[in-house]
Write a protein that binds this ligand. Structure first.
Ligand code: ATP
Length: 406
């Protein structure tokens, strides 16, 4: 499927926002393209207008359950004026730009470089977020540090931890801090590190990364954007991508079996847990989930401190800045600090007189930078409303209620 078709439909929808048939069609195409979160937003709008909308309900259930890829509906496609070759789209793997897979012997060259960091961070460097820190300590650190508990609950310590929440809100920061707490090295695995055009080579690459991590034990393997790496296999048309996911499952089971894997811990992060292959979340795999919410006031003050630490500032009140940035992510705050620096720099260039970054620059930057997590919250709201049948998103629902988004 070309992105052009989907873009054309979305543009048409902007012009005709009340056209439910068009919206439904757009949602179907988004799902076919692997853009599940965007589809969820549109399906949520249809269900909000008509909670009994049969096709929207089926699609929403499919989007949220990890069920097989959406079947082609009976919706007449010509209504929208867009034509689409469904058969030609079978190999489409959605937002992931998968290379054309080639049948050939892997060369063995260009194996993925493994960068094992040694994070100096600890949980003390994570500002605020007390609840998350408590949960991470209870579910991850305390059992690992206590040999008695390990003996007693050895089995339950297997498996990894899945951090989820809006983008830019500290999942990677927390994962690094956990590695720092354990005195472990830290290896990040992303889809791009793994994918290779030669058949079977991607699986081999993944295996090499896990093997290297084992050699660096104690080591935290951080699977970043695990929704892309572990996309629901049934939603993918490409056999090669399915192979990557199956290999990941094998590696996770290897870590869980603890054969030669002592000291290897798997942490994963995603903004879209509803897109993560359900097989990855079974017991012994990524079986514990921790919600990482937008930074609270104390966390925001800490993030301002971090990002202003090496900049020339004067008269800056980070507590006041934190008070004014409710709903902003850590990444938004980093952007605010960057923007304020630019304002001061341009001013200095204009006047020929170097000056420090002041509170007014930061307040001006806050006005310029909008919080970026609105789309995520819209998807999360729909998931909490329509996809929380087994209570796995109760914590998310409670947060949305508390912040009056539900
Ligand atoms: P993404 O989902 O986009 O990968 P993320 O959730 O992993 O994002 P991070 O990259 O960890 O987010 O955080 C974004 C920025 O905010 C980083 O600069 C990080 O250091 C900072 N940050 C986030 N939370 C905190 C915190 N509690 N204390 C200090 N700094 C923080």
């Amino acid at each position: 499927m070309t992105d052009d078709v989907v873009s054309a439909l979305l543009r048409a929808l902007e012009r005709a926002p009340d056209d439910d048939a068009l919206r439904l069609h757009a949602a179907e195409l988004l799902m076919q393209s692997g853009r599940t979160s965007e589809a969820i937003v549109h399906l949520g709008m249809l269900l909000a207008a008509d909670p009994r909308h049969p096709r929207a309900a089926v699609l929403m259930a499919s989007a949220l359950s990890g069920a097989p890829s959406v079947e082609h509906s009976e919706t007449p496609r010509q209504e929208t004026g867009a034509s689409f070759d469904w058969d030609a789209a079978e190999g489409d793997v959605g937002e992931i730009v998968a290379p054309a897979f080639v049948e050939a012997e892997p060369s063995g060259e260009d194996e993925p470089a493994v960068h094992a960091e040694s994070p100096a961070l600890t949980l003390a460097d994570v500002g605020g977020m007390e609840q998350v820190k408590e949960r991470l300590t209870a579910s991850f650190l305390a059992p690992l540090r206590n040999p008695e508990l390990r003996r007693l609950y050895g089995k339950r310590l297997r498996g990894g931890l899945l951090l989820y929440g809006p983008p830019g809100c500290g999942k990677t920061h927390l994962a690094r801090a956990l590695a720092g707490e354990l005195g472990a090295s830290f290896v990040t695995v992303r889809l791009n590190d793994v994918l290779d055009p030669y058949l079977g080579q991607s699986e081999h690459n993944l295996h090499i990364l896990f093997d290297e991590a084992r050699r660096h034990a104690p080591c935290v393997i951080f699977l970043d954007e695990v929704d892309a790496l572990g996309q629901r296999r049934t939603g993918m048309g490409s056999a090669a991508m399915r192979g990557v996911v199956s290999q990941l499952l094998e590696e996770l089971d290897g870590v869980a079996a603890q054969t030669g894997n002592e000291g290897v811990y798997v942490l994963a992060a995603t903004n879209q847990p509803w897109d993560v292959d359900v097989a990855l979340r079974r017991p012994g795999r990524l079986d514990r989930t921790v919600l990482v919410l937008p930074p609270d006031r104390e966390a925001r003050a800490a993030i301002f401190r971090t990002h202003l630490r090496d900049r020339p500032i004067e008269g800056v009140d980070v507590v006041e800045l934190a008070r004014r940035t409710e709903g902003y992510s850590g990444a938004d705050i980093a952007h605010i600090c960057e923007t304020a620096s630019e304002i001061a720099l341009l001013d200095s260039v204009r006047s020929g007189d170097a000056r420090l970054i002041q509170m007014a620059d930061l307040l001006g930057a806050i006005d310029d930078v909008q919080p970026s997590i609105g789309d995520w919250l819209a998807s999360a709201r729909n998931v909490a409303l329509f996809g929380n049948t087994d209570g796995q998103y109760d914590e998310l629902k409670a947060y949305l209620k508390k912040t009056k988004r539900l």
